[in-house]
Design a protein around this ligand. Structure first.
Ligand code: BGP
Length: 467
């Protein structure tokens, strides 16, 4: 059970969740700023103060054998209003980060959009407004050029489905709209067009680096063997996974995909039309994805459901409180024998293997895969600087076992990033849902390696998966 020598053992972060300094150094607002203030539960400052602590975090990477880091660029640090005027302080900050990565021997994998659309553009409709497609491409082109000597690995978007579902169906992301499948689908489609155009721009500009996209892929299983549950699981899969995989690898939506999408939108009294020109870009770009990033935390077991929409997001870690029942789609069930976290995320490592295998079988033009996020949200106990997070070690170990199995069966998986490198703030759960290999005392900003960090170091250094 050994990983190849060039396998990336990485740690993942995202700008808004770790940088802090959300209103300084010339940064423009994002929709989250007002949203979090209004909710009055927690704020994105100081987060993990990565804006100042990045040398400490990158040094920890080097010391713990972590040879890759996922960071995202905050669009509104570069273009405070999303377009036109640039903010030199923001541009320089990312130069400093990437140079420090080089110094510490940590490869940066850089995402252009991680849930943080500039507020000015969000107010105009975010990815529901098609003007943002070319605005995103302009921002992407600027970054490709500016950081061409420092960045070899790009991702356009982090998690297209969670943006759609959380902004427009669950309502726990701004603008907090609930049960609007039409909006979720339109926003996802527009992001996929923006992705395609950015990939084409990157390739046309002739850079030597690589580019791809990250999807959150949760495997959907029927709750029982009955036909209704099988259909329900298939529908949720099409909405959350297949729609985006089709767009990424086929550059179009198959008939099966469109049929279900149109059915779900109609049940919810909406409509969805596509400009045929979009497929020209999407099909051309589908040849050029160098890799797919998979974020995987959980799978779902779906039971048929025909009642009214009824979703409750467990954002506090009160186990057993979450509900997800979507009209015409299905109901997510807890399942006996399958453990779940305090936030009701079902721990099912085999689901990651099933998803990897499905991609290699159904989309054989996939080229390569990185597991760009996987990890366990946990209420860590801090005992005088010692953090014994065995459940997290167990979680990561089991997922890596299934990754190795897929690799042994011939799937080209080239790296794995733990979410998260250090503790960061969680969008809709705040600061008590910790994921890091390194514990962050958010008051002093001191870092403490958890037991999982020492374990991960052993695996990353030896390339051998042992407990
Ligand atoms: C992914 C996001 C991350 C991160 C992670 C954990 O969806 O890409 O940004 O937040 O999930 O989720 P949460 O913080 O909601 O527990």
């Amino acid at each position: 059970m050994r990983f190849k020598d060039d396998f990336i053992f990485g740690g993942a972060t995202a700008a808004y969740q770790c940088e802090g300094s959300s209103k300084c150094y010339g940064k423009g607002k994002v929709a989250w700023d007002d949203f979090l203030e209004k909710e009055n539960r927690f704020l994105a400052d100081p987060a993990s103060d990565f804006y100042h602590q990045y040398p400490v975090d990158l040094n920890l990477c080097r010391m713990f054998g972590i040879n890759g880091i996922r960071v995202s660029i905050s669009w509104s640090r570069i273009f405070p209003k999303g377009v036109k005027e640039i903010n030199q302080e923001g541009i320089d900050f990312y130069h400093r980060v990437f140079q420090e990565c080089r110094k510490q021997g940590v490869e940066p994998f850089v995402t252009l959009h991680h849930f943080d659309t500039p507020d000015e553009l969000h107010k105009k409709g975010d990815f529901l407004n098609r003007e943002i497609i070319d605005q995103f491409v302009e921002y992407a082109k600027f970054c490709f050029k500016e950081y061409q000597d420092e960045v070899n690995y790009w991702f356009t978007f982090n998690e297209v489905w969670p943006v759609g579902v959380n902004q427009y169906i669950v309502g726990n992301f701004p603008p907090a709209i609930k049960y609007d499948i039409e909006k979720a689908v339109i926003s996802m489609h527009n992001m996929m067009v923006a992705h395609a155009k950015a990939v084409l721009a990157y390739k046309k500009m002739g850079y030597q680096g690589k580019i791809g996209i990250i999807h959150s892929l949760e495997t959907k299983y029927p709750y029982t063997d009955c036909d209704e549950d099988k259909k329900a699981a298939k529908k949720e899969d099409i909405l959350a996974n297949q729609f985006l995989l089709d767009a990424t690898f086929l550059g179009k939506y198959t008939e099966e995909t469109m049929e279900v999408i149109q059915e779900l939108i109609a049940i919810n009294h909406g409509s969805f039309h596509i400009d045929e020109k979009d497929f020209v870009y999407m099909q051309e770009a589908s040849k050029y994805n160098d890799y797919l990033g998979i974020n995987y935390y959980q799978s779902h077991f779906i039971k048929a459901y025909n009642g009214e929409n009824d979703i409750y997001h467990n954002g506090t870690g009160d186990k057993g409180t979450s509900r997800f029942r979507l009209k015409g789609v299905g109901e997510r069930m807890f399942k006996e024998g399958i453990e779940r976290t305090d936030w009701d995320w079902l721990i099912y490592p085999e689901g990651l293997y099933d998803m990897i295998k499905r991609i290699s079988t159904c989309y054989p033009n996939y080229k390569s895969i990185y597991i760009t996020e996987n990890g366990m949200g946990y209420k860590d106990d801090f005992e005088n600087g010692v953090i014994m997070d065995e459940p997290r070690i167990d979680y990561i170990y089991k997922h890596l076992q299934w990754v190795l199995k897929a690799i042994e069966e011939g799937v080209n998986v080239k790296g794995y990033f733990v979410w998260s490198l250090m503790d960061v703030f969680s969008w809709s759960n705040g600061y008590n849902k910790r994921y890091g290999l390194f514990y962050v005392d958010f008051e002093t900003q001191k870092r403490y390696p958890k037991a999982s960090a020492y374990w991960f170091k052993r695996v990353a250094s030896s390339k051998e998966l042992t407990l």
